[in-house]
Design a protein around this ligand. Structure first.
Ligand code: FAD
Length: 414
Protein backbone atom coordinates (compact mmCIF):
# COMPACT_ATOMS: atom_id res chain seq x y z
CA UNK A 1 0.00 0.00 0.00
CA UNK A 2 1.22 3.51 -0.74
CA UNK A 3 1.28 5.01 2.72
CA UNK A 4 1.25 8.55 1.31
CA UNK A 5 -2.33 8.08 0.21
CA UNK A 6 -3.69 6.75 3.50
CA UNK A 7 -6.73 8.35 5.03
CA UNK A 8 -5.66 8.15 8.63
CA UNK A 9 -2.74 7.47 10.92
CA UNK A 10 -3.79 6.15 14.32
CA UNK A 11 -1.12 6.61 16.98
CA UNK A 12 -1.44 3.84 19.58
CA UNK A 13 -2.94 0.36 19.34
CA UNK A 14 -4.70 0.31 22.71
CA UNK A 15 -8.44 0.07 23.36
CA UNK A 16 -9.31 3.41 21.74
CA UNK A 17 -6.89 3.14 18.80
CA UNK A 18 -7.96 -0.42 17.94
CA UNK A 19 -11.67 0.35 17.87
CA UNK A 20 -10.98 3.54 15.91
CA UNK A 21 -9.11 1.44 13.33
CA UNK A 22 -12.05 -0.98 13.08
CA UNK A 23 -14.55 1.82 12.51
CA UNK A 24 -12.32 3.60 9.99
CA UNK A 25 -11.93 0.35 8.01
CA UNK A 26 -15.68 -0.27 8.19
CA UNK A 27 -16.09 3.18 6.63
CA UNK A 28 -13.80 2.15 3.78
CA UNK A 29 -10.84 4.23 4.94
CA UNK A 30 -7.21 3.24 4.61
CA UNK A 31 -5.51 3.08 7.99
CA UNK A 32 -1.95 3.13 9.29
CA UNK A 33 -1.88 1.90 12.87
CA UNK A 34 1.32 2.75 14.74
CA UNK A 35 2.25 1.05 18.01
CA UNK A 36 5.48 1.74 19.84
CA UNK A 37 5.57 -1.60 21.66
CA UNK A 38 6.34 -4.89 19.95
CA UNK A 39 2.82 -6.05 20.81
CA UNK A 40 -0.52 -4.27 20.55
CA UNK A 41 -3.15 -3.83 23.26
CA UNK A 42 -0.90 -4.66 26.20
CA UNK A 43 -2.99 -2.70 28.71
CA UNK A 44 -6.29 -3.93 27.33
CA UNK A 45 -5.10 -7.52 27.84
CA UNK A 46 -4.55 -7.02 31.58
CA UNK A 47 -7.74 -5.11 32.30
CA UNK A 48 -9.99 -6.40 35.06
CA UNK A 49 -7.18 -8.70 36.26
CA UNK A 50 -7.20 -10.34 32.83
CA UNK A 51 -11.01 -10.65 32.76
CA UNK A 52 -11.73 -7.21 31.23
CA UNK A 53 -14.56 -5.29 32.83
CA UNK A 54 -15.39 -3.84 29.44
CA UNK A 55 -18.30 -1.55 30.31
CA UNK A 56 -21.14 -1.06 32.74
CA UNK A 57 -24.73 -1.98 32.00
CA UNK A 58 -26.39 0.81 34.01
CA UNK A 59 -28.76 3.32 32.40
CA UNK A 60 -27.55 6.45 30.59
CA UNK A 61 -28.00 8.99 33.41
CA UNK A 62 -26.36 6.75 35.93
CA UNK A 63 -23.54 5.98 33.49
CA UNK A 64 -22.85 9.65 32.87
CA UNK A 65 -22.76 10.36 36.60
CA UNK A 66 -19.59 8.26 36.82
CA UNK A 67 -17.71 10.34 34.22
CA UNK A 68 -15.60 13.40 35.10
CA UNK A 69 -17.21 15.60 32.42
CA UNK A 70 -20.55 14.19 31.33
CA UNK A 71 -21.43 17.05 28.96
CA UNK A 72 -18.26 16.52 26.98
CA UNK A 73 -18.69 12.74 26.95
CA UNK A 74 -22.39 12.74 25.97
CA UNK A 75 -21.96 12.97 22.15
CA UNK A 76 -19.41 10.13 22.20
CA UNK A 77 -21.70 8.01 24.37
CA UNK A 78 -24.66 8.75 22.11
CA UNK A 79 -22.59 7.69 19.09
CA UNK A 80 -21.42 4.47 20.79
CA UNK A 81 -23.12 3.62 24.09
CA UNK A 82 -22.62 0.73 26.50
CA UNK A 83 -25.44 -1.14 24.70
CA UNK A 84 -23.75 -0.47 21.31
CA UNK A 85 -20.50 -1.82 22.72
CA UNK A 86 -22.17 -5.05 23.88
CA UNK A 87 -23.80 -5.32 20.42
CA UNK A 88 -20.52 -4.65 18.62
CA UNK A 89 -18.77 -7.53 20.37
CA UNK A 90 -21.76 -9.90 20.30
CA UNK A 91 -21.98 -9.50 16.52
CA UNK A 92 -18.33 -10.54 16.41
CA UNK A 93 -18.98 -13.63 18.56
CA UNK A 94 -17.77 -12.23 21.86
CA UNK A 95 -20.83 -12.36 24.07
CA UNK A 96 -20.95 -10.56 27.37
CA UNK A 97 -22.18 -11.27 30.88
CA UNK A 98 -23.37 -8.76 33.47
CA UNK A 99 -22.09 -9.20 37.00
CA UNK A 100 -22.30 -7.47 40.40
CA UNK A 101 -22.62 -3.69 40.16
CA UNK A 102 -23.75 -4.05 36.49
CA UNK A 103 -20.15 -4.69 35.49
CA UNK A 104 -19.96 -6.23 32.01
CA UNK A 105 -17.33 -8.87 31.10
CA UNK A 106 -16.77 -11.12 28.09
CA UNK A 107 -18.49 -14.44 28.83
CA UNK A 108 -15.13 -16.22 28.54
CA UNK A 109 -13.77 -13.85 31.22
CA UNK A 110 -10.73 -13.38 28.98
CA UNK A 111 -9.50 -9.88 28.13
CA UNK A 112 -7.47 -11.59 25.41
CA UNK A 113 -10.71 -12.47 23.57
CA UNK A 114 -11.65 -8.79 23.47
CA UNK A 115 -8.23 -7.93 22.08
CA UNK A 116 -8.30 -10.74 19.48
CA UNK A 117 -11.75 -9.61 18.36
CA UNK A 118 -10.48 -6.08 17.82
CA UNK A 119 -7.49 -7.11 15.71
CA UNK A 120 -9.26 -9.82 13.67
CA UNK A 121 -10.45 -7.44 10.96
CA UNK A 122 -7.24 -5.40 10.97
CA UNK A 123 -4.58 -8.05 10.43
CA UNK A 124 -4.24 -9.28 6.85
CA UNK A 125 -6.48 -6.46 5.64
CA UNK A 126 -5.09 -4.64 2.62
CA UNK A 127 -6.65 -1.37 3.82
CA UNK A 128 -4.61 -1.53 7.03
CA UNK A 129 -0.90 -1.17 7.65
CA UNK A 130 0.18 -2.10 11.17
CA UNK A 131 3.60 -0.98 12.30
CA UNK A 132 4.85 -2.25 15.66
CA UNK A 133 7.95 -1.02 17.50
CA UNK A 134 7.07 2.24 15.82
CA UNK A 135 7.23 5.19 18.19
CA UNK A 136 5.76 8.48 17.05
CA UNK A 137 8.15 11.22 18.07
CA UNK A 138 6.61 14.24 16.42
CA UNK A 139 3.56 15.41 14.53
CA UNK A 140 4.26 16.92 11.14
CA UNK A 141 2.16 20.08 10.96
CA UNK A 142 2.02 22.33 7.90
CA UNK A 143 -0.10 25.49 7.63
CA UNK A 144 -1.89 24.56 10.83
CA UNK A 145 -2.84 21.16 9.43
CA UNK A 146 -1.39 17.83 10.55
CA UNK A 147 -0.08 15.98 7.50
CA UNK A 148 1.83 13.11 9.07
CA UNK A 149 4.12 11.92 11.82
CA UNK A 150 7.84 11.48 12.41
CA UNK A 151 8.61 8.07 13.90
CA UNK A 152 11.71 6.06 14.80
CA UNK A 153 11.08 4.28 11.47
CA UNK A 154 10.88 7.46 9.41
CA UNK A 155 8.20 9.90 8.35
CA UNK A 156 4.68 8.73 7.47
CA UNK A 157 2.00 10.86 5.84
CA UNK A 158 -1.81 10.67 5.80
CA UNK A 159 -4.86 12.91 5.52
CA UNK A 160 -5.81 12.66 9.20
CA UNK A 161 -4.15 11.72 12.47
CA UNK A 162 -5.90 10.25 15.50
CA UNK A 163 -3.92 10.50 18.71
CA UNK A 164 -4.77 7.45 20.86
CA UNK A 165 -1.66 7.16 23.00
CA UNK A 166 -3.34 6.56 26.38
CA UNK A 167 -2.41 8.06 29.73
CA UNK A 168 0.61 7.70 31.97
CA UNK A 169 -0.03 4.62 34.12
CA UNK A 170 1.40 1.09 33.97
CA UNK A 171 4.11 2.46 31.76
CA UNK A 172 5.45 -0.94 30.73
CA UNK A 173 2.28 -1.31 28.64
CA UNK A 174 3.42 1.62 26.49
CA UNK A 175 1.32 4.47 27.80
CA UNK A 176 3.83 6.82 29.36
CA UNK A 177 2.65 10.29 28.55
CA UNK A 178 3.98 10.58 24.97
CA UNK A 179 0.60 11.86 23.86
CA UNK A 180 0.90 14.94 26.05
CA UNK A 181 4.14 15.95 24.34
CA UNK A 182 2.61 15.38 20.90
CA UNK A 183 -0.51 17.37 21.82
CA UNK A 184 1.60 20.23 23.21
CA UNK A 185 3.38 20.36 19.91
CA UNK A 186 -0.03 21.10 18.36
CA UNK A 187 -0.49 23.94 20.89
CA UNK A 188 -2.86 22.01 23.12
CA UNK A 189 -2.94 22.62 26.84
CA UNK A 190 -2.47 19.66 29.11
CA UNK A 191 -4.42 19.51 32.37
CA UNK A 192 -1.89 18.22 34.88
CA UNK A 193 -1.95 14.39 34.73
CA UNK A 194 -2.49 12.68 38.10
CA UNK A 195 -2.58 8.98 38.98
CA UNK A 196 -6.04 7.84 40.12
CA UNK A 197 -7.82 4.60 40.99
CA UNK A 198 -4.81 3.81 43.10
CA UNK A 199 -3.99 2.74 46.67
CA UNK A 200 -3.27 5.36 49.32
CA UNK A 201 -0.14 5.55 51.46
CA UNK A 202 -0.62 6.27 55.15
CA UNK A 203 2.05 7.43 57.58
CA UNK A 204 1.97 4.27 59.70
CA UNK A 205 0.82 1.53 57.33
CA UNK A 206 0.11 -1.96 58.66
CA UNK A 207 2.17 -4.91 59.86
CA UNK A 208 3.81 -6.67 56.94
CA UNK A 209 2.00 -9.86 58.02
CA UNK A 210 -1.28 -8.20 57.09
CA UNK A 211 -0.27 -7.70 53.43
CA UNK A 212 -3.48 -7.70 51.34
CA UNK A 213 -5.65 -8.48 54.35
CA UNK A 214 -9.25 -7.83 53.35
CA UNK A 215 -11.60 -5.82 55.54
CA UNK A 216 -15.17 -6.18 54.32
CA UNK A 217 -18.12 -3.83 54.72
CA UNK A 218 -16.34 -0.95 56.36
CA UNK A 219 -16.81 2.78 55.84
CA UNK A 220 -13.77 4.83 54.92
CA UNK A 221 -13.87 8.57 55.44
CA UNK A 222 -11.35 11.10 54.27
CA UNK A 223 -11.17 14.21 56.43
CA UNK A 224 -9.19 17.43 56.22
CA UNK A 225 -7.27 18.79 59.18
CA UNK A 226 -10.38 20.61 60.43
CA UNK A 227 -12.19 17.26 60.43
CA UNK A 228 -14.47 18.20 57.53
CA UNK A 229 -15.44 15.11 55.56
CA UNK A 230 -13.91 15.38 52.08
CA UNK A 231 -15.21 12.02 50.83
CA UNK A 232 -16.53 8.72 52.14
CA UNK A 233 -17.35 5.30 50.76
CA UNK A 234 -18.74 2.02 52.07
CA UNK A 235 -17.34 -1.35 50.97
CA UNK A 236 -14.21 -3.49 51.05
CA UNK A 237 -10.55 -2.54 51.46
CA UNK A 238 -7.12 -4.21 51.69
CA UNK A 239 -4.49 -3.32 54.24
CA UNK A 240 -0.78 -3.36 53.47
CA UNK A 241 2.60 -2.30 54.72
CA UNK A 242 2.34 1.12 53.10
CA UNK A 243 -1.33 1.92 53.51
CA UNK A 244 -4.64 0.81 52.05
CA UNK A 245 -6.01 -0.29 48.70
CA UNK A 246 -9.08 -2.14 47.36
CA UNK A 247 -12.28 -1.12 45.59
CA UNK A 248 -13.47 1.80 47.71
CA UNK A 249 -9.97 3.18 48.18
CA UNK A 250 -9.61 3.33 44.38
CA UNK A 251 -12.85 5.30 44.21
CA UNK A 252 -11.71 7.63 47.00
CA UNK A 253 -8.32 8.19 45.36
CA UNK A 254 -10.12 9.68 42.37
CA UNK A 255 -12.14 12.02 44.57
CA UNK A 256 -9.12 13.38 46.46
CA UNK A 257 -6.50 13.37 43.67
CA UNK A 258 -6.35 17.14 43.37
CA UNK A 259 -6.11 17.73 47.14
CA UNK A 260 -3.34 15.12 47.36
CA UNK A 261 -1.51 16.80 44.51
CA UNK A 262 -1.68 20.12 46.34
CA UNK A 263 -0.20 18.32 49.35
CA UNK A 264 -3.20 19.21 51.49
CA UNK A 265 -3.20 17.42 54.82
CA UNK A 266 -5.75 14.62 54.64
CA UNK A 267 -6.63 11.84 57.04
CA UNK A 268 -8.17 8.43 56.52
CA UNK A 269 -10.57 6.96 59.05
CA UNK A 270 -11.73 3.36 58.80
CA UNK A 271 -15.03 2.70 60.55
CA UNK A 272 -14.93 -1.07 61.03
CA UNK A 273 -18.50 -1.15 62.38
CA UNK A 274 -20.37 1.52 60.39
CA UNK A 275 -23.78 0.07 61.14
CA UNK A 276 -23.44 0.36 64.93
CA UNK A 277 -23.43 3.72 66.69
CA UNK A 278 -20.52 4.64 68.97
CA UNK A 279 -22.75 4.55 72.04
CA UNK A 280 -24.08 1.09 71.24
CA UNK A 281 -20.64 -0.23 70.37
CA UNK A 282 -19.15 1.11 73.58
CA UNK A 283 -21.85 -0.65 75.60
CA UNK A 284 -21.13 -3.83 73.66
CA UNK A 285 -17.40 -3.52 74.45
CA UNK A 286 -18.14 -2.97 78.16
CA UNK A 287 -20.52 -5.94 78.36
CA UNK A 288 -18.21 -8.23 76.43
CA UNK A 289 -15.20 -7.39 78.58
CA UNK A 290 -17.28 -7.95 81.70
CA UNK A 291 -18.67 -11.29 80.51
CA UNK A 292 -15.34 -12.60 79.23
CA UNK A 293 -13.03 -11.20 81.91
CA UNK A 294 -11.15 -14.50 82.41
CA UNK A 295 -10.27 -14.76 78.71
CA UNK A 296 -7.25 -13.14 77.09
CA UNK A 297 -7.60 -9.68 75.58
CA UNK A 298 -6.74 -11.22 72.21
CA UNK A 299 -9.63 -13.62 72.50
CA UNK A 300 -12.02 -10.80 73.41
CA UNK A 301 -10.87 -8.72 70.44
CA UNK A 302 -11.78 -11.66 68.21
CA UNK A 303 -15.42 -10.71 68.75
CA UNK A 304 -14.90 -7.77 66.38
CA UNK A 305 -11.70 -8.51 64.46
CA UNK A 306 -10.35 -11.43 62.45
CA UNK A 307 -7.56 -13.42 64.11
CA UNK A 308 -4.87 -11.90 61.91
CA UNK A 309 -5.77 -8.39 63.02
CA UNK A 310 -5.75 -8.97 66.76
CA UNK A 311 -2.07 -8.10 67.31
CA UNK A 312 -2.34 -4.99 65.16
CA UNK A 313 -5.37 -3.72 67.10
CA UNK A 314 -3.85 -4.59 70.50
CA UNK A 315 -0.62 -2.90 69.52
CA UNK A 316 -2.28 0.33 68.35
CA UNK A 317 -4.49 0.38 71.49
CA UNK A 318 -1.40 -0.24 73.64
CA UNK A 319 -2.80 -3.51 74.98
CA UNK A 320 -1.09 -6.84 75.61
CA UNK A 321 -3.14 -9.40 73.66
CA UNK A 322 -2.00 -12.16 76.06
CA UNK A 323 -3.04 -10.35 79.21
CA UNK A 324 -6.40 -11.18 80.86
CA UNK A 325 -9.47 -9.16 79.87
CA UNK A 326 -10.13 -8.37 83.54
CA UNK A 327 -7.13 -5.99 83.33
CA UNK A 328 -8.84 -3.84 80.71
CA UNK A 329 -9.58 -0.35 82.03
CA UNK A 330 -12.24 2.14 80.89
CA UNK A 331 -9.48 3.98 79.02
CA UNK A 332 -8.52 0.75 77.21
CA UNK A 333 -12.14 0.23 76.19
CA UNK A 334 -12.27 3.77 74.83
CA UNK A 335 -9.11 3.00 72.88
CA UNK A 336 -10.72 -0.09 71.36
CA UNK A 337 -13.73 2.02 70.37
CA UNK A 338 -11.36 4.66 68.97
CA UNK A 339 -9.60 2.04 66.82
CA UNK A 340 -12.89 0.69 65.52
CA UNK A 341 -14.44 4.03 64.63
CA UNK A 342 -12.20 7.07 64.85
CA UNK A 343 -8.53 6.30 64.30
CA UNK A 344 -7.14 9.00 62.01
CA UNK A 345 -4.25 8.03 59.80
CA UNK A 346 -2.41 10.73 57.90
CA UNK A 347 -2.40 10.16 54.14
CA UNK A 348 1.08 10.80 52.77
CA UNK A 349 0.38 10.17 49.08
CA UNK A 350 -0.74 7.50 46.66
CA UNK A 351 0.94 4.33 45.38
CA UNK A 352 2.08 6.11 42.20
CA UNK A 353 2.00 5.77 38.43
CA UNK A 354 2.95 2.12 38.27
CA UNK A 355 -0.01 1.04 40.35
CA UNK A 356 -2.61 3.58 39.24
CA UNK A 357 -5.30 2.20 36.95
CA UNK A 358 -6.08 5.47 35.21
CA UNK A 359 -4.74 8.99 34.60
CA UNK A 360 -6.80 12.02 35.56
CA UNK A 361 -6.03 15.08 33.43
CA UNK A 362 -4.66 15.17 29.90
CA UNK A 363 -5.48 17.12 26.75
CA UNK A 364 -7.82 19.97 27.72
CA UNK A 365 -11.43 19.33 26.71
CA UNK A 366 -11.93 22.99 25.86
CA UNK A 367 -9.74 22.51 22.83
CA UNK A 368 -11.49 19.42 21.46
CA UNK A 369 -14.84 19.45 19.66
CA UNK A 370 -16.89 16.94 21.67
CA UNK A 371 -19.16 16.20 18.68
CA UNK A 372 -16.26 14.99 16.53
CA UNK A 373 -13.20 14.61 18.84
CA UNK A 374 -11.45 16.98 16.45
CA UNK A 375 -8.75 19.38 17.62
CA UNK A 376 -9.86 23.00 17.73
CA UNK A 377 -6.23 24.04 17.30
CA UNK A 378 -4.87 22.02 14.37
CA UNK A 379 -6.81 20.76 11.36
CA UNK A 380 -7.24 17.03 10.70
CA UNK A 381 -6.04 16.11 14.18
CA UNK A 382 -8.31 14.00 16.43
CA UNK A 383 -8.05 12.64 19.97
CA UNK A 384 -9.51 9.63 21.75
CA UNK A 385 -9.11 7.59 24.93
CA UNK A 386 -7.25 8.27 28.12
CA UNK A 387 -4.95 10.90 26.62
CA UNK A 388 -7.77 13.42 26.96
CA UNK A 389 -8.91 14.98 30.24
CA UNK A 390 -11.71 12.46 30.87
CA UNK A 391 -11.77 9.81 33.57
CA UNK A 392 -14.29 7.77 35.49
CA UNK A 393 -14.91 5.47 38.44
CA UNK A 394 -14.03 1.78 38.36
CA UNK A 395 -16.73 -0.49 36.96
CA UNK A 396 -16.04 -0.55 33.22
CA UNK A 397 -16.51 3.20 32.68
CA UNK A 398 -12.94 3.96 31.61
CA UNK A 399 -12.87 1.39 28.83
CA UNK A 400 -16.21 2.72 27.61
CA UNK A 401 -14.64 6.21 27.45
CA UNK A 402 -11.85 4.75 25.30
CA UNK A 403 -14.28 2.87 23.03
CA UNK A 404 -16.87 5.66 22.67
CA UNK A 405 -14.32 8.37 21.91
CA UNK A 406 -12.40 6.00 19.62
CA UNK A 407 -15.55 5.26 17.60
CA UNK A 408 -16.52 8.96 17.44
CA UNK A 409 -13.08 10.07 16.25
CA UNK A 410 -12.98 7.46 13.47
CA UNK A 411 -16.57 8.28 12.48
CA UNK A 412 -15.62 11.94 12.12
CA UNK A 413 -12.59 11.80 9.82
CA UNK A 414 -13.21 12.87 6.21
C1 FAD B 1 -4.17 -2.88 35.45
C2 FAD B 1 -5.28 -2.14 34.77
C3 FAD B 1 -6.54 -2.69 34.74
C4 FAD B 1 -7.61 -1.99 34.17
N1 FAD B 1 -8.84 -2.59 34.14
C5 FAD B 1 -9.88 -1.91 33.61
C6 FAD B 1 -11.16 -2.50 33.54
O1 FAD B 1 -11.36 -3.68 33.89
N2 FAD B 1 -12.19 -1.75 33.04
C7 FAD B 1 -12.00 -0.46 32.60
O2 FAD B 1 -12.97 0.17 32.18
N3 FAD B 1 -10.78 0.10 32.58
C8 FAD B 1 -9.72 -0.59 33.06
N4 FAD B 1 -8.47 -0.03 33.04
C9 FAD B 1 -8.29 1.28 32.36
C10 FAD B 1 -8.24 1.07 30.84
O3 FAD B 1 -7.38 -0.02 30.56
C11 FAD B 1 -7.74 2.32 30.11
O4 FAD B 1 -8.52 3.41 30.49
C12 FAD B 1 -7.78 2.12 28.60
O5 FAD B 1 -6.95 1.04 28.22
C13 FAD B 1 -7.35 3.37 27.86
O6 FAD B 1 -7.30 3.09 26.49
P1 FAD B 1 -6.41 3.97 25.50
O7 FAD B 1 -6.57 3.40 24.16
O8 FAD B 1 -6.71 5.39 25.70
O9 FAD B 1 -4.93 3.77 26.03
P2 FAD B 1 -4.01 2.47 26.13
O10 FAD B 1 -4.85 1.27 26.24
O11 FAD B 1 -3.05 2.76 27.20
O12 FAD B 1 -3.28 2.40 24.72
C14 FAD B 1 -2.38 3.40 24.29
C15 FAD B 1 -1.44 2.76 23.29
O13 FAD B 1 -0.66 3.79 22.67
C16 FAD B 1 0.67 3.33 22.52
N5 FAD B 1 1.55 4.50 22.42
C17 FAD B 1 1.82 5.40 23.40
N6 FAD B 1 2.67 6.34 22.95
C18 FAD B 1 2.96 6.01 21.66
C19 FAD B 1 3.81 6.60 20.67
N7 FAD B 1 4.53 7.69 20.92
N8 FAD B 1 3.88 6.02 19.47
C20 FAD B 1 3.18 4.88 19.19
N9 FAD B 1 2.37 4.29 20.10
C21 FAD B 1 2.26 4.84 21.33
C22 FAD B 1 0.91 2.51 23.78
O14 FAD B 1 1.99 1.64 23.65
C23 FAD B 1 -0.44 1.80 23.93
O15 FAD B 1 -0.47 0.57 23.26
C24 FAD B 1 -7.39 -0.72 33.59
C25 FAD B 1 -6.10 -0.17 33.59
C26 FAD B 1 -5.06 -0.87 34.18
C27 FAD B 1 -3.69 -0.27 34.18
Amino acid sequence: MDTKQSDVIIIGAGASGLIAANIAVERGKTVILLEKKSQMGLKLRITGKGHCNITNNCDKQSFLSHISNKDFFLPAFERFSNKDLIDFFSKRNVSMVVERGERVYPESKKALDVFLCLIKDLENNDKVTIKKDCKVEKLIIKDNCVVGVKTNQGEIFANNVILATGGNTYQTTGSCGDGYKLAKQANHNIIRPLPILVGLRTKEGYERRLQDFEVKNCEVRIEDKLRNIVAKEFGDIYLDEYGVSGPIILTLSRLIAQELDKEEQLYLIIDYKPKISEEKLYLEIQNTVRERRIESIGSVLRKWFAKDMVNEVADKCRLNARSMAKNITEKDMKNILWYMKQRRQEIIGDMGWNEAIVTKGGVSLEEIDSKTMKSKKVNNLYFCGEVIDLDADTGGFNLQIAFSTGVLSASSID
